[in-house]
Ligand binder design. Structure first.
Ligand SMILES: [Cu+2]
Length: 71
């Protein structure tokens, strides 16, 4: 399956530490690549190798203390 580009809304990030945490959380998931976190735009963009990774990404961001949602 080809990689799919995803953008999630991420609420609750207030500084570079927060956006770094979200980036590291996403980079720690197998099958997720090309992570870019936009602190001011409250978004995280990345590529997933499978559809199931979108729910996994949302869950892990929420467990890290932020609030992720799909557009
Ligand atoms: Cu912060």
């Amino acid at each position: 399956m080809a990689a799919q580009k995803i953008t999630l809304n991420v609420d609750g990030m207030s500084c570079g530490h927060c956006s770094g945490m979200v980036r590291k959380t996403l980079e720690g998931i197998d099958g997720i690549s090309k992570v870019v976190v936009d602190l001011n735009g409250k978004k995280a963009s990345f590529e997933v190798a499978g559809q199931d990774l979108i729910a996994r990404a949302i869950q892990e961001i929420n467990e890290a203390g932020y609030k992720a949602s799909e557009n």
